[in-house]
Design a protein around this ligand. Structure first.
Ligand code: UT7
Length: 323
C-alpha cells in the first residue's frame, strides 16, 4: 500500500526573542507567574519584515534541504495558518511563488492550533489517493499580530514561528512497522467557538481583530479531548502508549502536556517539550517541536512518533507516524 513517508523537515524563527521579564513593564505579570502556570520562558516575535509567508518560506527551504529536494520536486503545498499575510490570496500560494514554484497547487488550511495535525492528515489523503506524490506541509504563524498587548491573560502565551515537513509517497506493507503516516483522527465542535476566537474578520467587522480566550475553560476541556483522540488513534493503529518512541504534543501549556501524558501512560522522557522556548505558536508548534527533537538526535529514522494538537473551534486531532 501507499504510505506518506517523511523525507525532511525544517523550521524558522523570528530573530527577536522576548523573555517573560520583558512583559513586566507592559502588563501586570511576572516571570514567576508565567513559568508556573504555563512553562513558557521566552517566545520569538516577528519584526515588520518577518511574516507568515517569509517564515513559512524559510522553514520550507530548510525542509527541502534536509530532504535533498528542490521546489521542482513538490506537487502540493499545504499551509496551516490562522494568521495569513492577507485575507486572500492564500499565503501558501505566496510561499509557492517565493519558492519559484509555478507548477502543482497550494492551499491554506485553517484549524488554528490543530492546523498542522489536520494538514498532515490531509496531505496523507492526497498522497494515498494518488493526487500528489510529494507534499510540503507547513505550519506558520505570526500570532503577535493578533494579540491584544494590553491583555495579560493572552499576550504572554503566544509566539511566532514556522515549521515544515516533506511527505513523499512510498511503498508499505500495510503493517505498523511501515515508515510513514500510520493513523490519524481529527475532531471539531463549534459549540466551543466563543472560548478561543478572534473578535474580527472580513465578513463580520471588516477588521483583523484580536485573540480572545477563556483560558480556564480551554484548559478544562483540553486534557480530556486530547486523550480521547489519541486513544482513538491508538485503537486505529492497534498500539498502546508503551509502543511509542516520542510524543510531540501541541505546545500551549506544560501543565496540559504533563497531564495528558500522565493520563495516557506516556513516560516523561518520551515527551518533547519546547513550550519553554517558543510559547504557543499555534499551527507552527508541532513542526517546531519536531525540528528541535530531530536536530538534537532524539527522533531518528524508524521511530514511532505521535503528534497531537487542540485549539480554537474547538478543533483537535492526532497523527501517528513512523519517522
Ligand atoms: O493553543 C490553544 C489551546 N490553548 C490553551 O491550551 C490554553 C489553555 N489555558 C491555559 O493554559 C491556562 O488556563 C492559562 C495559562 C491561560 C491560565 O492559567 P490558569 O491556571 O487557568 O489561571 P486562571 O485563568 O485561572 O487565572 C488565575 C489568576 C487570575 O486572577 P484571579 O482571578 O485568580 O485573581 C488571573 O487574572 O491569574 C491571573 N492572571 C495573571 N496573573 C499574572 C492571568 N494572566 C496573568 C498573567 N500574569 N499573565
Amino acid at each position: 500500500m501507499i504510505r506518506s513517508v517523511v523525507r525532511g523537515n525544517g523550521a524558522a524563527l523570528p530573530r527577536r526573542i522576548m523573555k517573560n521579564a520583558d512583559f513586566e513593564g507592559m502588563v501586570e505579570t511576572s516571570d514567576e507567574w508565567i513559568v508556573q502556570r504555563t512553562g513558557i520562558r521566552q517566545r520569538h516575535v516577528a519584526a515588520d519584515d518577518e511574516t507568515t509567508a517569509s517564515l513559512g518560506e524559510a522553514a520550507a527551504r530548510a525542509a527541502l534541504d534536509s530532504a535533498g529536494m528542490t521546489p521542482a520536486d513538490i506537487d502540493l503545498i499545504i499551509l496551516a495558518t490562522s494568521t495569513p499575510n492577507n485575507t486572500f490570496p492564500a499565503t501558501s500560494v505566496e510561499i509557492q511563488n517565493r519558492l519559484g514554484m509555478h507548477h502543482g497547487f497550494a492551499f491554506d488550511l485553517q484549524a488554528v492550533c490543530s492546523g498542522f495535525v489536520y494538514a498532515v492528515a490531509t496531505a496523507d489523503l492526497y498522497i494515498r489517493g494518488g493526487l500528489a506524490k510529494r507534499v510540503l506541509v507547513i505550519g506558520s504563524e505570526t500570532f503577535s499580530r493578533i494579540l491584544d498587548w494590553n491583555d495579560r491573560s493572552t499576550c504572554v502565551l503566544f509566539g511566532d514561528g514556522a515549521g515544515a515537513l516533506i511527505l513523499e509517497a512510498g511503498e508499505g506493507a500495510g503493517a505498523i512497522t511501515d515508515r510513514g503516516v500510520l493513523a490519524a483522527s481529527l475532531r471539531s465542535d463549534g459549540v466551543h467557538k466563543d472560548k478561543l476566537f478572534v473578535d474580527g474578520g472580513p465578513s463580520t467587522t471588516g477588521t483583523v481583530g484580536h485573540l480572545r480566550m477563556e483560558g480556564r475553560e480551554v484548559f478544562k476541556h483540553a486534557v480530556g479531548m486530547i486523550t480521547d483522540v489519541i486513544e482513538a488513534t491508538f485503537g486505529e493503529a492497534g498500539i498502546t502508549a508503551q509502543d511509542l518512541d516520542w510524543f510531540v504534543p501541541h505546545q500551549a501549556n506544560k501543565r496540559i502536556i504533563d497531564a495528558s501524558a500522565k493520563k495516557l501512560g506516556i513516560a516523561e522522557q518520551k515527551v518533547v517539550v519546547t513550550v519553554d522556548l517558543h510559547g504557543n505558536t499555534s499551527a507552527a508548534s508541532v513542526p517546531l517541536a519536531l525540528a528541535v527533537a530531530v536536530a538534537d538526535g532524539r527522533i531518528k529514522k524508524g521511530d514511532l512518533v505521535l503528534l497531537e494538537a487542540m485549539g480554537g473551534g474547538f478543533t483537535w486531532g492526532a497523527v501517528l507516524l513512523r519517522w
